[in-house]
Design a protein around this ligand. Structure first.
Ligand SMILES: [Zn+2]
Length: 429
């Protein structure tokens, strides 16, 4: 087993950020580029899909510290039933590699051997297979999502797992090449910690987002900055699987950056970086995972608004607030907030401060889509003109004309990342 490097040894700027990663060590399972070819020589390949590739990258760079690979049965069981890893550390959503029995037989996947995970034919990561097992997916869905209703996308995702989980530590052998426009926002946890240290930020509040920001979102971040007595705000869009009607990932990342570029934040207090993650819509359980990941990024606080990571009406809108009461101190403080809107009388209005319910204006995604379809522009008090233009521009460049996900985007979207081609004759077939 490779030695884990304690943070103190990784350079003074990281050590200067006193916030400890989850479990105490920032995981680094990236094989240096000049050793990749040697490391994979002769390994049998196993092709993985986008979401597994993204999770490999997340594990290797420490986004999911303390995970070093895909979970074995003891961890999956403890996470599912107790929201803990087998060693007792809080963890809320299983991170698993699923393969079919047929594929396992065909590829000769067996415990004790090392395989090469590939993504679109390119070397991604080595996998030391430690365990192959079946797991009761109904139990997993019921515990993690609180439902077995197929209307829940996380339940559907769980039921779509192939019939075996393959567990083991991974090592990344291909440095992901992150495509424009995402490349400028791609920072590993170690790099982000360096950035925070350079900025002189000791208290950083994370904002999870999968939306283009309207003025209510902007004030949610501004309010959280004060609530956390923060030095900086990290806008951290989740980049991954999309469903029709979502904003396209390119628009989300670019509009958050534009808020700062247009002067609604200054560089002194605002950063944008990405998280490669497919939303599970697990509500409170996903809130816990978001907290853990942002802790690993070096954030000290995390905003949780109404219906965080929820879907439909599966969760009480404030269940994601209450779940933190049931858990030990995670080392990242939840900033629990109500929504902000814009009121004709108050201006930007925190829900608990504004008594003019009939004078508040909200700008839902549905209304925004209709405005765009009608060739109109939203009121600047509700939606910053610069952000609106950035959203339309992202739609033109990356969304086949629309900043919202449709079937064309799902079929033709540019890959978020690709892996470098292997040196000739290193990959067995
Ligand atoms: Zn008001």
């Amino acid at each position: 087993m490779p030695r884990l490097i304690p943070l103190e040894e990784k350079g003074s700027t990281i050590a200067a950020n006193a916030l400890s990663p989850h479990g105490g060590t920032l995981i680094d399972r990236v094989v240096p580029a000049d050793r990749g070819a040697e490391r994979i020589r002769g390994l049998k390949p196993i092709a993985v899909r986008d979401s597994i590739a993204a999770e490999c990258i997340g594990i290797a760079y420490g986004f999911f510290s303390p995970l070093e690979g895909f979970m074995g049965r003891a961890d999956v069981d403890a996470v599912t039933t107790q929201m803990r890893l087998a060693d007792g550390l809080v963890w809320s959503i299983p991170i698993v590699l699923d393969l079919s029995s047929d594929e396992i037989s065909a590829r000769g996947v067996c415990v004790g051997e090392t395989f090469l995970l590939t993504h679109h034919g390119r070397p991604l990561a080595t996998l030391d297979v430690e365990e192959i097992f079946a797991y009761d997916l109904e139990t997993l869905a019921r515990c993690v999502y609180g439902t077995t209703d197929d209307a829940h996308p996380g339940v559907r995702r769980t039921r779509a797992y192939r019939d075996r989980f393959v567990a083991g530590r991974i090592e990344l052998v291909g440095t992901p090449q992150v495509a424009p426009p995402f490349d400028r926002f791609w920072l590993t946890p170690a790099q982000l910690r360096e950035r925070f240290a350079e900025n002189g930020w000791r208290r950083v509040v994370a904002f999870q987002t999968r939306n283009v920001p309207h003025v209510g979102h902007e004030w949610l971040m501004k309010g959280a900055f004060f609530a956390a007595r923060a030095d900086g705000i990290l806008a951290n869009p989740v980049i991954g699987e999309k469903k029709a009607g979502d904003a396209i990932d390119e628009a989300i990342a670019l509009t958050h950056a534009r808020l700062r570029e247009a002067g609604y934040f200054t560089q002194a207090v605002h950063e944008t970086s990405l998280l490669l993650w497919d939303m599970r819509y697990a509500g409170p359980r996903e809130a816990v995972l978001h907290a853990i990941v942002r802790k690993n990024l070096g954030c000290t606080h995390h905003v949780f608004g109404r219906d965080h990571a929820g879907v439909g009406d599966f969760y009480d809108p404030f269940a994601a607030h209450r779940i933190f009461d049931e858990l030990p101190d995670l080392g990242i403080e939840p900033v629990l907030t109500q929504a902000w809107s814009v009121c004709e009388l108050c201006g930007p209005a925190y829900a608990a401060f504004c008594g003019h319910e009939d004078r508040r204006q909200a700008l839902s995604g549905t209304r925004l889509r209709k405005l765009i379809a009608d060739g109109e522009r939203p009121d600047p008090s509700l939606f910053r003109p610069e952000v609106f233009d950035a959203m339309l521009d992202a739609g033109e460049r990356y969304g086949a004309g629309s900043p919202f996900v449709d079937s064309r985007y799902l079929e033709h979207r540019n890959p978020v990342f690709t892996l470098p081609a292997p040196e000739p004759a290193t990959v067995a077939t």
